[in-house]
Design a protein around this ligand. Sequence first.
Ligand SMILES: [Zn+2]
Length: 66
Amino acid sequence: MELRSPAIRKFAHARPVIDCAQCGEKIFAPDWSEYLDDRKVRHLWACEACGYQFETIARFPEPVAG
Ligand SMILES: [Zn+2]
């Protein structure tokens, strides 16, 4: 597997990745995402390995005002 491209690594790093709370398998993209407000997103995750579903809430930091 070729993983030397910095662009690809940066892209992968920017995406939400989470370990399945049930079996530990990596889930690379949420099944569903919805914005709760300007700085909160709810992700719904579904594990392909075991079928477990759960949700997380991502909070973005306040933008730094100049
Ligand atoms: Zn799982």
